[in-house]
Design a protein. Structure first.
Length: 751
């Protein structure tokens, strides 16, 4: 591996220092008349060539030790380019010795320098290629990037255009500049996916090519102005030397394909935005006839941005394979299971690519995408019945369709197994088969059964396992790796069915100034061994496919006590985005007006379809219910929930409240949240208040509502309208407090 190649930093630095000293001595000797201009020009042209030769040796040596494939090819091409560039100095010396003048340029004196670019460009393209993506999107991405760099190229050419200069001299400037633009375009394609770490070669290659482009620009400009001499060219020449020093440093580091991380469409959008920004100045300085071209390119880029914005959050297509994504397939599976019967069963067949993560890390993400695309194509070509394919995981594909029997589904699974195994010899696949409604009645249960079958296949070393009516290929699950699966499912089913296993508790939410109770959060406790938190029970329920059912049952137990709440207060319940999207939550609420209800959206799971979630919430809000986002500040998606859902309440996580009286940073953050809530026209609820000092600071910061052990722990009953009498806390009266309390007394909870 490149990272293990011995490398002497002192040798590279010493050689660079020697080249700089030689250039300095040459300049001094030229100024004192000790040597002539031709000899000085030859030395100045070949001094960086010494470093280029050294860099070429190191790069070619690295290519022999690198992984096979793209990495080895890239190292070899980088080394070949450096070697050709070093030979360019010898060709320039021949030009001088045959009568050429340093202030003049000739195509054959520069051809070797320019010939170094093709291998460099191919090396960058080799690293940058992304064959795993859908071909249509690949071409769209490429078109946007070509348009962007075309606009930037016209901008540069227009800025450097010199009317009255002969065409040969102009080409001497524009050809290297154009090649540098292509080089930087290829470099950009690599860097947008590269991990820019100290052990990665990408930052060093970036520096080398940027210095190379800057030196080319400086040298070409001097040649155009007829100012080229060893003295004036000292800056560009030093840039060349430092460029190859960076190439040498890169050769001792990793150019691993696993460093590449796909940037996706966001990077394309940024590129398109850059093109639009550069369009106006490019059109103004472009040579005659190029202005309309700029605006045509800019119009095409603007249209692509418009299409991309429309595409956000509305696509059900996996971006790599073109199959349905996990969300779309689960939705399709759920719809088909509604009509599944013993006479018309539904088959679910999943393909798992074994060891794909390690292979992907070794060979690179682009290679992994290419393999996934090949796998998807083989799945689509498999000779099985009609159905729908989707990608349900990083390395997992799934087919859903009608079957006549489990035996038929298993036979089709073997066909798929053979097809996907042939698609790539280095990777092995396993197949899991589920028949519905015998093995599962909901989409979540079917996917849980698939996961169980694949896990059992992996544990037993089998290539295919059928989840046969709760048995794995005819064997009782109690005797396999999955022995606990059915017992866990049974335990969750018992908890849901037992009316005494789940009971509600309530914790008051108070107005901070008056300590009046404005609402209660409904929570649940599970009276069943093993004794643990409700979150742990719900997490296990999701693992076995009953998570939504358990959440729904908990909410039903809470809302059954809605009439017991004190007059003018509301009742809040927790619901996951997945539960809201499923539509099951509607059955948990009583008929009629829901103005007494607040639905708290938990933030622990990422939402993939905010448009659909907003539609679901609109239905709930139309009945009078209000929306809160729970645990804001504790995870990755809470602020996104706030921005996309426009809630009535923002509930601040305990982590933002704990110790706020002693933490100035938390106080500053809380001030910003108060200002933010005002802009969003919603109210803050601080959770987890446990000390009087925390309460006083939150009051001073004008947080309106609070909740925590300081006021009351969760209890089976809902308290009266004030907590100050039982806690000894003192209210702070404000001018509009009487009005606010009057609104609650009238049954209209204030925001």
């Amino acid at each position: 591996m490149p990272g293990h190649i011995p490398h002497s930093r002192w040798l590279t630095l010493s050689l660079t220092g020697l080249v700089v000293i030689v250039m300095a001595i040459t300049a001094v000797l030229l100024e004192t008349g000790r040597i002539g201009l031709p000899i000085a020009a030859i030395i100045a042209a070949n001094a960086p060539g010494v470093l280029a030769t050294y860099a070429a040796i190191r790069l070619l040596k690295t290519s022999r030790r690198a992984f096979k494939g793209r990495e080895r090819t890239a190292w070899r091409l980088l080394g070949v380019g450096a070697l050709i560039w070093a030979l360019g100095g010898l060709l320039y010396a021949l030009f001088i010795l045959t009568g050429g003048h340093p202030n003049e340029t000739s195509w054959w004196s520069q051809v070797a320098f320019l010939s170094a670019y093709p291998p460099w460009l191919v090396a960058l393209w080799n690293l940058n290629r992304h064959q795993g993506d859908m071909r249509r999107r690949t071409w769209e991405m490429l078109a946007v990037e070509i348009s962007c760099f075309a606009i930037l190229g016209i901008l540069v050419v227009g800025a450097l255009w010199y009317p009255g200069v002969d065409i040969a001299a102009l080409l001497a400037l524009l050809v290297p500049t154009s090649l540098d633009l292509l080089l930087l375009a290829g470099l950009y394609g690599c860097l947008r996916r590269a991990a820019m770490t100290q052990d990665s070669a990408y930052p060093w290659i970036f520096g080398a090519f940027v210095l190379l482009a800057a030196s080319d620009l400086g040298m070409s400009t001097l040649a155009l102005e007829q100012l080229l001499s060893p003295i004036s060219a000292a800056g560009p020449t030093l840039g060349y030397a430092l460029s190859f020093m960076l190439f040498s440093a890169a050769a001792s580091r990793e150019l691993a394909a696993r460093d590449i991380v796909l940037a996706g469409e966001r990077t394309t959008a940024a590129t398109a935005a850059l093109a639009l920004i550069a369009a106006a100045p490019a059109a103004s300085v472009a040579p005659s006839g190029f202005g309309p071209v700029v605006w045509v390119l800019a119009g095409a880029v603007a249209w692509r941005i418009h299409q991309q914005v429309r595409h956000v959050d509305r696509s059900d297509e996996d971006p790599i394979t073109g199959l349905n994504d996990a969300r779309a397939l689960e939705r399709h599976l759920g719809g088909m299971l509604v009509g599944a019967t013993d006479r018309q069963p539904i088959g679910v067949i999943a393909v798992d690519v074994c060891g794909f993560a390690a292979w992907n890390a070794r060979e690179g993400f682009a290679a992994g995408d290419r393999v996934l695309l090949e796998m998807a194509e083989q799945c689509l070509k498999a000779d099985i019945g009609p159905g729908v394919w989707g990608r349900i995981g990083a390395d997992r594909f799934c087919w859903v369709g009608r079957i006549t029997s489990l035996d038929e589904a298993r036979t089709w699974g073997e066909v798929i197994l053979t097809a996907t195994t042939d698609s790539h010899t280095d990777l092995e696949t396993r197949v899991g088969v589920v028949a519905c409604p015998w093995d599962a009645e909901t989409a979540a249960n079917a996917l849980a059964a698939i996961d169980e079958a694949l896990s059992a296949a992996s544990d037993a070393g089998s290539r295919i396992v059928a989840f046969d009516r709760g048995r794995l290929d005819g064997r009782s699950v109690e005797a396999t790796y999955s022995a606990s699966f059915r017992s866990r499912r049974s335990r969750i089913e018992d908890v849901i069915a037992d009316e005494r296993a789940i009971y509600p508790v309530f914790q008051p939410i108070v107005r901070m100034s008056s300590l009046a109770i404005v609402g209660h959060e409904g929570l649940t406790r599970v009276e069943r061994e093993p004794y643990r938190s409700p979150d742990q029970w719900i997490a296990e329920a999701h693992q076995v496919g009953f998570g939504l059912e358990l959440e729904t049952s908990c909410i039903q137990r809470i809302t059954a006590h809605a009439e017991e709440r004190p007059r003018g207060t509301y009742l809040s319940v927790n619901a996951s985005p997945q539960l809201l999207l499923s539509g099951l939550l509607d059955d948990a609420f009583p008929e009629g007006d829901l103005s007494w209800l607040v639905v708290e959206i938990t933030e622990h799971d990422q939402v993939r379809d905010y448009l659909k979630l907003a539609e679901r919430l609109a239905d709930t809000r139309s009945r009078g219910a209000r929306i809160a986002v729970d645990d804001v500040g504790s995870g990755h998606s809470s602020l996104r929930h706030v921005m996309r859902l426009s809630p009535d309440f923002i509930k601040l996580d305990r982590s933002m409240v704990e110790g706020i009286d002693q933490d100035s940073a938390k106080q500053a953050l809380m001030r910003s949240m108060v200002a933010f809530s005002r802009e969003m026209a919603c109210s803050l609820v601080a959770e987890g208040i446990e000390t009087l000092a925390e309460l006083e600071v939150l009051r001073d910061l004008q947080v309106r509502f609070g909740q925590g052990y300081l006021f009351r722990r969760p209890a089976t009953d809902m308290t009266p309208a004030l907590v100050s009498s039982s806690t000894g806390l003192r209210p702070r009266h404000v001018p509009d407090e009487a009005t606010a309390l009057h609104r609650f007394d009238q049954g209209r909870p204030a925001a």
